[in-house]
Design a protein around this ligand. Structure first.
Ligand SMILES: C[S@@+](CC[C@H](N)C(=O)[O-])C[C@H]1O[C@@H](n2cnc3c(N)ncnc32)[C@H](O)[C@@H]1O
Length: 246
C-alpha cells in the first residue's frame, strides 16, 4: 500500500481535486489544542510539513517507506527536521502524551473496524485529558448509489505533471453495503509506467462513528462537512469529526 506511483502521485492527485484542501481545518483544530500533536498516516508530509514550518509541534506515524522517503526529501529541501515514526499505527509505542491527534485524508478507513477500534483506544491512552481528536472520512455515495458500474475500470483521476506527462488513475470496485465495506483496485499510469494497488475501505455514518468514539474513550464534539469549516450538510461526502479525550 502506498508504494511506487501510488506514493509519488498521491499529493499531485490531492492537489488536483477541487475544494479538497483540509489544511485550514487541521490548522484550526491544532490552534484549539496547543501542544504536542501526532498525525496518523502522515504520508509524504503534505499536511504535516507546512504545519511544522508554521511552528506547530506536530510529529507523524507512517507505514509506507516510499511515502516516508518523499517526506524526508521534502523536509530536507525545506530545512526541517520532522519527527516521524516508521511503523504501522497499530504497533506505535510512545511514552509521550499528545494535546491533539489527527487522522486526516480517510486513513482510518483503511483499517478494519476491529483494528480502528483498537487504534482509537490506544490513541486515547496517549492523549492528554481534554486532548483533541480529528478524523476525516468519506462516504462513497457514487458506489453506494450505483452511479459507478461495479467491477468496471473507470478513469478516477487525471492530471498533468510538471514534466508535461499525463498521470492517470483508473479504479474498479466491489461493494458490500451491509457491512459497509468497499474493495477498490487502482491502476496508476504515467507513460509506460504502471502500478496496481488494492484497498479495502470501511465507511461510517454518524451514529456508528459517535458510538465507536465514545466506546474508545473519546467524546464527540462536532463535525464539519466537505472540508468547509461550519458546514453541516446532512448529505455530505466528506466528514471531519472532532472529539475530546474524556
Ligand atoms: C490517504 S494517505 C494520507 C497521507 C497524509 N495524511 C496526507 O493527508 O497527505 C494515507 C496514508 O496513511 C498511511 N497508512 C495506512 N495505513 C497505515 C497504518 N496502519 N499505520 C500507519 N500509516 C498508515 C499510508 O501509507 C498513507 O501514507
Amino acid at each position: 500500500m502506498y508504494k511506487s506511483l501510488e506514493a509519488t502521485l498521491h499529493d499531485t492527485f490531492w492537489r488536483s481535486e477541487i475544494d479538497a484542501d483540509e489544511s485550514p481545518l487541521l490548522e484550526n483544530f491544532l490552534t484549539q489544542h496547543p501542544g504536542p500533536s501526532l498525525e496518523v498516516g502522515c504520508g509524504s508530509g503534505r499536511l504535516l510539513l507546512p504545519l511544522l514550518e508554521k511552528g506547530y509541534q506536530i510529529e507523524g506515524v507512517e507505514l509506507s517507506s516510499d511515502m516516508l522517503g518523499l517526506l524526508l526529501k521534502d523536509a530536507s529541501a525545506k530545512n526541517l527536521e520532522p519527527t516521524v515514526h516508521h511503523c504501522p499505527i497499530e504497533e506505535f509505542q510512545t511514552d509521550k502524551r499528545f494535546s491533539s491527534i489527527s487522522i486526516p485524508a480517510f486513513t482510518l478507513q483503511l483499517l478494519s473496524r476491529t483494528s480502528a477500534q483498537q487504534v482509537l483506544k490506544r490513541l486515547r491512552e496517549i492523549a492528554l485529558t481534554n486532548g483533541g481528536l480529528y478524523i476525516t472520512l468519506f462516504i462513497p455515495w457514487a458506489e453506494i448509489l450505483d452511479e459507478l458500474e461495479i467491477d468496471t475500470w473507470h478513469l478516477d483521476k487525471e492530471t498533468k505533471l510538471s514534466s508535461g506527462q499525463q498521470a492517470r488513475c483508473f479504479t474498479r470496485h466491489q461493494i458490500d453495503r451491509l457491512y459497509q465495506e468497499l474493495y477498490r483496485e487502482h491502476r496508476y499510469e504515467v507513460a509506460e509506467q504502471k502500478h496496481l494497488s488494492t484497498q479495502t475501505l470501511q465507511w461510517y455514518f454518524m451514529p456508528e462513528l459517535i458510538s465507536t468514539l465514545e466506546s474508545c474513550g473519546w467524546k464527540f464534539q462536532d463535525f464539519d462537512s466537505d472540508f468547509q469549516i461550519g458546514n453541516h450538510d446532512p448529505d455530505a461526502s466528506v466528514l471531519t469529526v472532532y472529539a475530546t479525550a474524556s
